[in-house]
Design a protein. Structure first.
Length: 214
């Protein structure tokens, strides 16, 4: 005689194929509220960085309007020397003609210099001027002064934990979603050796620092 499966075995098999139960309504509402709060304060944090730490402080140290992207480029050049127009276009995420137009403005403001490349005389190299270096230094001094009383409200462990959380979340999102490839200025030229974002994207303008960093 063929032995029939026991009730315990059948119940186990049925349980294996049973659809996963929906979480209780109270738990779903709590999860939705947690997600909404996360998005709310993420947007607020991003706005503080963009509108206060960057745009407002740039207005205070520069008599001429500069976009955050243009300033990030200037800061990058003070760290690693000159770049060709095609590289600038990649950093800014724009076409070469658009990058040329932006560089024309920066040259009129006396913030960059154009000259022939040492490696290729036919290519034009963009380098930061002394005025550019002073501007970047003034911005960093102002930023440090304004941030100091805010950061003093947090202990070292809290700040370290905040950095770890921001880094973990950012890298998780970048790995999950296609970030594109090639060099970027997502860090606003606050360079880190062996940048994990650069490793994911495959390149980083901070990789070989020279110029002012030497």
């Amino acid at each position: 005689m063929t032995k029939k499966p026991g009730l315990t075995h059948m119940a186990s098999a049925n349980a294996h194929h049973r659809p996963k139960a929906e979480p209780p309504r109270a738990e779903r509402l709590l999860e939705e509220r947690r997600r909404a709060q996360f998005l709310r304060y993420s947007h607020i944090f991003a706005s503080v960085v963009r509108d206060i730490l960057e745009a407002r402080f740039l207005e205070q140290i520069s008599p001429h309007f500069l976009t955050p992207a243009q300033f990030h480029l200037l800061k990058m050049m003070t760290l690693n020397g000159g770049h060709q127009v095609s590289e600038v276009a990649v950093f800014l995420g724009v076409s070469t003609p658009a990058a040329t137009k932006s560089l024309d403005k920066l040259e009129r403001l006396g913030l960059i210099l154009r000259g022939p490349s040492k490696d290729d005389r036919r290519a034009t190299m963009i380098t930061p001027s002394a005025k550019c270096r002073r501007l970047v230094q003034e911005y960093e001094v102002l930023l440090a002064e304004r941030l100091a009383p805010v950061l003093e409200k947090f202990g070292p462990r809290e700040l370290d934990q905040l950095v770890r959380i921001l880094k973990r979340f950012s890298l998780s999102m970048i790995r999950r979603e296609d970030p594109g490839d090639g060099p970027c200025l997502w860090c606003a030229a606050y360079c880190e050796e062996n940048c994990p974002v650069g490793q994911i994207r495959g390149d980083c303008p901070c990789t070989n620092l020279s110029g002012a960093s030497k």
